[in-house]
Design a protein around this ligand. Structure first.
Ligand code: NAD
Ligand code: UDP
Ligand code: UDP
Length: 326
């Protein structure tokens, strides 16, 4: 249900042209808010927000959050950061700058305006976890000097900054630790497992299993995740998190490949490729805190969520071949 007009807020979403950001904006617009979407279009695309340009409550600003930003808003969701390993390792220094300098700028903005700010953190702060499943009080097992460190350590430092602004300046902060999320508008070429497998299956190419395919992940459907972020932002002032958001169903990567083959009806074969360095062996969130504090839990099972995701990639493929013909 749309919220009442009096409660309309002007909400800044950084990274709003990305996968999660564009879904968050759809949700906030349908709740009746105004949106300022800030994005440098490094991994996001105008296509993700194309449907919003006629909406008078939507505004787009092309800007890199490693530079200061002076705007007037009521709330900030800080999502800007490349999220897939291929993309965040493309320019690792810029990735760390986005997490760290970007957080400083967004926190400075929140401090000047005395407003709430939510950080999209990640399960990667747990690194290759030595405890399973991961609860929020686990400090993690992160390599500080490896190829994934620009992302993992950048996000860890951003959490530190959020808590220091909270303690030092009384800022109202919210930290969401997001586990693997999938759905329509994922990038087809970002190398993440769900998009890779679907794109490979739809084009009849081999499905690339890294390692033996017995490593596990839990996959959360995008609408569930977005609902969690909004609940967290709207939670009582004293609740800062960090709080895990993810689906606690755990699948091996091989099982995921089989589900994708079934959903697409593809006869692609599975091939084994080397496991990337520092690839976590097992990952599953403990979501008891989100359940207890926010009444949140995922509602979409992996099989159900693959349907709209496959449909998206089918139509994306058709759109691409049309635009190549034009
Ligand atoms: P995405 O790459 O689709 O979106 C990130 C957006 O940030 C892109 O639109 C990109 O152009 C923008 N961006 C990057 N650097 C920027 C900068 N310096 N200034 C302004 N904009 C910049 O990724 P996503 O999957 O939508 O992830 C969104 C956020 O959620 C990220 O912070 C990511 O770390 C976090 N997260 C995502 C997942 C997931 O499974 N998708 C899991 C954990 C955490
Ligand atoms: N900042 C910003 N927008 C604002 C306020 C601050 O981008 O509306 C940036 C500012 O450039 C600064 C950073 O946020 O570098 C941190 O701000 P803070 O007030 O915490 O620190 P200081 O200005 O003292 O460095
Ligand atoms: N993976 C795979 N084939 C691919 C892409 C990824 O087997 O084509 C594996 C990858 O090695 C990892 C898991 O799938 O074990 C999830 O990878 P992703 O990059 O999606 O997310 P993350 O490692 O950040 O959780």
């Amino acid at each position: 249900m749309p919220r009442i007009y009096e409660s309309r807020k002007r909400v800044l979403v950084t990274g709003g042209a990305g996968f999660l950001g564009s879904h968050l904006i759809d949700r906030l617009l349908s709740d009746g808010h105004e949106i300022l979407c800030v994005d440098n279009l490094f991994t996001g695309t105008k296509y993700n927000i194309e449907h919003l340009h006629a909406n008078p409550r939507f505004e787009f600003l092309r800007h890199d959050i490693t530079f200061p930003l002076y705007v007037e808003v009521d709330e900030i969701y800080n999502l800007a950061c490349p999220a897939s390993p291929i993309q965040y390792q493309h320019d690792p220094v810029q990735t760390t700058k986005t997490s760290v300098q970007g957080a400083i700028n967004m926190l400075g903005l929140a401090k000047r305006l005395k407003i709430r700010i939510l950080q999209a953190s990640t399960s990667e702060v747990y690194g290759d976890p030595a405890v399973h499943p991961q609860t929020e009080d686990y400090w993690g097992n992160v390599n500080p000097i490896g190829p994934r460190s620009c992302y993992d350590e950048g996000k860890r430092c951003a959490e530190t900054l959020f808590f220091d602004y909270h303690r030092q300046c009384g800022l109202e902060i919210k930290i969401a630790r997001i586990f693997n999320t999938y759905g329509p508008r994922m990038h087809r070429a970002d190398g993440r497992v769900v998009s890779n497998f679907i794109v490979q299956a739809l084009s009849g190419e081999p499905i690339t299993l890294y390692g033996d395919g017995n490593q596990t992940r839990s996959f959360c459907y995008v609408d569930d995740l977005i609902d969690g972020l909004v609940r967290l932002m709207d939670s009582r002032a004293s609740f800062t998190g960090p709080v895990n958001f993810g689906n606690d169903g755990e699948f091996t990567i091989r099982e995921l490949a089989e589900l994708v083959l079934a959903e697409t009806g593809s006869s692609s074969k599975l091939v084994n490729l080397p496991l990337p360095r520092d690839d976590p062996r097992q990952r599953r969130p403990d979501i008891s805190l989100a359940k207890a504090e926010l009444g949140w839990q995922p509602t979409m099972a992996l099989k159900g969520g693959l349907k709209p995701t496959v449909a998206f990639f089918r139509s994306d493929q058709a759109r691409r071949s049309r635009s190549q013909e034009e």
